[in-house]
Design a protein around this ligand. Structure first.
Ligand code: C2E
Ligand code: MG
Ligand code: MG
Length: 759
């Protein structure tokens, strides 16, 4: 091979070569790592080293003629060598590298230019070969190293495998110990069942839970200690577990303790299989949930029952009401809801405190239970209100209401005290009308308030027209406040008649409220409502001023002018301004204090005896008299009379009514009247409605009477007419007046009209 020698004048061809070398180096630098690149770089380094020698050392030895062509050739060597090495070494191995190296060497030897160059070439070749050999050993070394590593890794992994095995053995043992510990010392009861469903192991907690020893349990099925009703369910769960259809079960079951107690258990169980996948052991854990159950039941009870009386509460009632409505809608029939309200309950609470009030409610609930069917729902609606849901009533609702009312005829004996109670009842009869619960309850409330409006102890059935008249207590109270100071509120005066002479000795001032849209509202309804707020003080003040002013205007031809009897509410009696108010009313009206009587109920008088005594002493000093109203309604024993020294006792209407046909009541009436007389008190009978009653009372020596038989509460004009009339004319309408039914009470005005027109 004879390389062409370029002219020196021409552009230096070495530039191209150098450029090519540069490109090669750059390319190599970016080539992927590997054996090929390693060798190529080696070759390049050696080639460049040779070129360096040629170009730097040769000019020093001028004697040595180095032609350009020689230099070019020398430059050619590493390039060819490097290229060949780059291409071959990576793929063909070290032997081919040798060939690739030798060929250009041979060429060089064949065309020697100088001995030095030959020496250098030989040296370069030797270096390359040395490197090659070095590389060979390096490769071998690496291979050995690799083998060693493989060996080491193998050993390590074997060791690790051994270690894991040992660890898992230990873990298994540890797990076993843990299970044992968890089993033995678990606070939940645990047992293992063998393939036959018998207990093969039981823990202490399970033994304690059902009160059996380990010996008694082992070898037996847990079903032997289960409540019979739960055995089938437990069997089914076991079957599902062992058939593999379910991995674990969780259910509630009941065991029977040795002492007979039923133990509620929350049971969780899983089945363990043997190596063949066959069910081997059932592991069951039972948590004693008995106390929890009892608590839940208690909570449930509390959520549905009234804690005081044990009757259903509103929630349960509404639930039963919904069902009952659905039943009526489906199957027809008649249901009725009764809302019962104790008329005199507030007084009991005020007088004797809540403790006695509570006992009264309990006693009342028991009585109601006695007169209602167990299948019906009786509920404490709140305070002294009770609801009764009578399902499928066959007779009339009045019959049911009568039964309920009759249960309170007898006084209640609570904490050694005899308490008389009346109640008002609102009724809604349900016969297929689609009303929701709220509407029903609203309607029955409306009916109750209508009953209260008409007077104590009445029963009123809801009718649609009541909606307009009745309203909520809140509205009523608001309206009452607004009514004060207007002509809606007025005082009327009911004559108090001397039974021996038929003369009018006094008038009881009774408040009347004529509501602009709801008509007349009974004081039994609005006075207790006002008593719940400070409004009662303002109403009382109004009553006192009005009554004293009016009474001051009464004149009679002969004898003493009649007195006026003004009712004081319990709250008023406690008002420290009461004395000042009475004094002021007497002063401004000019009424003689001995023409003023203040009526207090027994319960007001008993509320705070010290205060009462002080107030009474002041009245006594001024000559103002005191009447004990509603006497005998159960709040006091007769001995209280001696302590309070009232001037008048007003025997409650209920005794007068009962005396008509009840021998015991007659005896009681007799006793009260004779006691009053013995104590030199004026005995007044309230609510005389019939001649029979009048005759009877006269016979007993009762001095004063009040009632529809004579007249209802009259306006001041009517009072004036009455006072002007002669005694015989005055009561001429009496025999035609028959006032008995509670619902007719407010119609007694008719007799007043007759009376005022009688002369
Ligand atoms: P009370 O003080 O016992 O008044 C007697 C009640 O019996 C009055 O009812 C009267 O209308 C009614 N009455 C009278 N004769 C008969 C009769 O022959 N048969 C029947 N069935 N009832 C008769 P009224 O006016 O409805 O008052 C009810 C209660 O409201 C009063 O009972 C009293 O406690 C209270 N009250 C009335 N006005 C006032 C007042 O101005 N202030 C206070 N604090 N309470 C009042
Ligand atoms: Mg009164
Ligand atoms: Mg009374």
């Amino acid at each position: 091979m004879s390389p062409s020698i370029p002219e020196r004048t021409a552009p230096d061809p070495r530039d191209d070569l150098r450029g090519a070398v540069r490109d090669l180096v750059v390319n190599l630098a970016h080539a992927p790592l590997g054996e090929g690149r390693f060798w190529a770089v080696q070759a390049m380094v050696i080639g460049l080293f040779v070129v360096h020698l040629v170009t730097t050392i040769a000019p020093i030895h001028h004697a040595i003629p180095v032609s350009d062509s020689t230099i070019d050739l020398l430059l050619f060597i590493p390039i060819v060598y490097g290229g060949a090495a780059f291409g071959l070494v990576g793929s063909l191995g070290a032997s081919l590298t040798g060939i690739a190296l030798t060929v250009p060497m041979q060429l060089l030897m064949d065309h020697p230019t100088s001995e030095i160059w030959q020496e250098w070439a030989v040296l370069a070749t030797t270096v390359v070969v040395a490197i090659q050999v070095g590389h060979h050993y390096e490769v071998e070394r690496r291979q050995r190293e690799l083998l060693r590593q493989v060996e080491r890794t193998k050993v390590e992994s074997e060791l690790r495998a051994l270690r894991i095995d040992a660890e898992s053995q230990r873990a298994l043992a540890r797990r076993d110990a843990l299970f044992r510990d968890a089993f033995e010392n678990n606070t939940s009861g645990m047992y293992l069942l063998d393939r036959d469903g018998h207990m093969s192991d039981v823990n202490r907690a399970f033994c304690e839970m059902i009160g059996r020893s380990e010996d008694e349990l082992l070898g037996h099925s847990p079903d032997a200690f289960r409540l019979n009703e739960d055995v089938m369910v437990a069997e089914e769960h076991r079957r599902r577990l062992t058939s593999g259809s379910i991995a674990r079960v969780h259910y509630t079951t009941r065991f029977v303790h040795r002492d007979g107690r039923v133990i509620f258990g929350e049971l969780a169980a899983a089945c363990l299989n043997d190596e063949q996948g066959e069910p081997e052991t059932i592991v069951a854990s039972v948590r004693d949930a008995t106390d929890e159950r009892a608590l839940l039941a208690e909570l449930e009870h509390q959520a549905l029952y009234d804690p005081l009386t044990g009757l259903a509460n509103r929630t349960l009632f509404e639930d039963r009401l919904s069902r009952s409505r659905a039943l009526v809608a489906r199957e027809g029939g008649t249901n009725a809801i009764f809302l019962l309200d104790l008329d005199d309950f507030k007084g009991v609470n005020d007088t004797f405190g809540h403790h006695v009030g509570d006992q009264l409610l309990v006693e009342f609930a028991r009585r109601m239970e006695r007169v209602t069917r167990a299948s019906d729902t009786l509920c404490r609606f709140g305070g002294d209100e009770f609801l009764y849901l009578a399902q499928g009533i066959t007779g009339s609702y009045e019959e049911v209401a009568y039964r309920l009312l009759s249960a309170v005829h007898e006084p209640f004996t609570v904490a050694g005290t005899s308490l008389e109670q009346r109640m008002s009842i609102g009724v809604v009869v349900l016969d297929g009308e689609s009303m929701d619960n709220d509407e029903l309850l609203r309607n029955v409330d409306t009916a109750l308030y209508e009953a209260k409006r008409r007077g104590k102890g009445t029963v009123v059935r809801f009718t649609n027209d009541m909606h307009d008249r009745a309203s909520s207590r809140y509205e009523l109270l608001r309206d009452l406040r607004a009514a004060l100071g207007t002509d809606q509120l007025m005082m009327k005066y009911q004559p108090l008649v001397d039974l021996a002479s038929d003369e009018v000795v006094g008038f009881e001032a009774l408040m009347r409220w004529q509501h602009p849209s709801k008509g007349a509202i009974a004081p039994d309804l609005f006075i207790p409502l006002a008593e719940q707020t400070d409004l009662i003080v303002a109403l009382g003040e109004f009553a006192l001023r009005e009554a004293t002013t009016t009474a001051a205007s009464w004149t009679v031809k002969h004898g003493r002018a009649p007195y006026v009897s003004v009712n004081l509410s319990t709250n008023q009696f406690r008002d420290p301004n009461l004395l000042a108010l009475v004094d002021e009313a007497l002063r401004t009206s000019g009424l003689d204090p001995d023409r003023l009587v203040l009526e207090i109920t027994e319960r007001a008088a008993l509320a705070d005896t010290v205060q009462v005594a002080t107030v009474l002493a002041h009245f006594e000093d001024r000559g103002v008299r005191l009447a004990l109203d509603d006497f005998g309604t159960g709040y006091s024993s007769l001995s209280h009379i001696t302590r309070l020294h009232p001037h008048i006792i007003k025997i409650d209407r209920s005794f007068i009514v009962a005396a008509d046909d009840d021998v015991a009541s007659r005896a009681l009436l007799d006793a009260m009247i004779s006691l009053g007389r013995r104590l030199q008190l004026t005995v007044l009978a309230e609510g005389i409605e019939t001649e029979t009653q009048l005759t009877y009372l006269r016979g007993l020596g009762c001095e004063v009477g009040q009632g529809y038989l004579f007249a209802p509460a009259l306006s001041n004009d009517e009072v004036a007419t009455l006072l002007r009339a002669s005694t015989s004319e005055r009561w001429s309408a009496r025999t035609t007046t028959h006032a008995t039914a509670p619902g007719n009470r407010n119609r007694r005005n008719a007799s007043a009209t007759r009376l005022s027109h009688s002369k």
